[in-house]
Design a protein around this ligand. Sequence first.
Ligand code: SF4
Length: 349
Amino acid sequence: MQSQPDSISVLGITYTEFLEHFIRVTGKKDHYARPLYRQIMAKGIYDLKKATAEFSSSNGFKEKIFNSFDAAPLLSCEQEWISENTKKIVFTASDGRKIESVLVPMKTYKTLCVSSQIGCVRKCIFCETGRNKLIRNLSAGEIVSQMYYVKHILKEPVRNIVFMGMGEPLDNFDAVIQSIRVLNDRFGLSLPMGHITVSTAGIINKINELRTLNWKKLRLAVSLNACTDELRNRLMPVNKTYPLADLKACLKEYPLHQNGVILLGYVLIKGINDSLNDAERLVSFCRGLKVRVNLIPYNPCSSSDFQIPDPLGYNVFYEYLIQNKIHVITRRSKGSSIMAGCGQLGKNA
Ligand code: SF4
């Protein structure tokens, strides 16, 4: 499923952008533009001959469309690994690079974790992707293709998308924002903003840029993992540029819709950030913020010798947060045996 050279990939553009190209290509504002975009994006018919089969228009008109647009996903799918109903999907891009997505079953729906970069410059010590230098950013079309493939070709009922796969989404800001516009487009995939989460290591200037879009329903997640600058500098070098006090000040200003919260990711690592003192510091960081803590047991990866927290230590930490009225989500890590858990993607890139 590779694009024809020089054609416009429909998967990377919104309906409004598609319409502009459509008018330019066909020479007129045609009433076929909206049904065609719907056929491709909402119904998953990416073969343009099939998508236009019922259009009673001249062959010359259709030829212009075939020659100018490409609706196929920009990624082909090579492998799927399944463990505990969690599916890791390994895509291949047109340059041969591997891109991983993970489909996670929740109680009544599925969440797709998508990648935004191949490799990452941020080098978080607990993360497999961070071991690889940044190879390149994904295009908006490549990001949307992950969702398109899983929804329309694998026929999986995806309800939520989280940008928590390979890469720091805010380091690929323009493509990520464009992909959100496409995912959200009401004439296409129509994914509500409230079902999309962008997760960041805490790139403050880009969080502020995101803020200016005023997308109050878009969900923001911040990977925190430590509440002293000393430890966070060690775990997440990004903290040297954007220290904790500045991060907290930035999150205080972040606009949220009514009842909205910021998700704070905290990967619990045995003997590193799982003491009661750490829990106290986390409670103190949360004070004054509208947050929910996502407490995630560390998943082993080849970049460090860290260990999984023992269940007792995890429970003590959790209970301390609860006693201090912190809203906590506990998530048993799914898919770690197939390297599909948090921080485990990217070994194949
Ligand atoms: S956790 Fe995210 S930001 Fe950090 S190295 Fe991994 S992909 Fe990059």
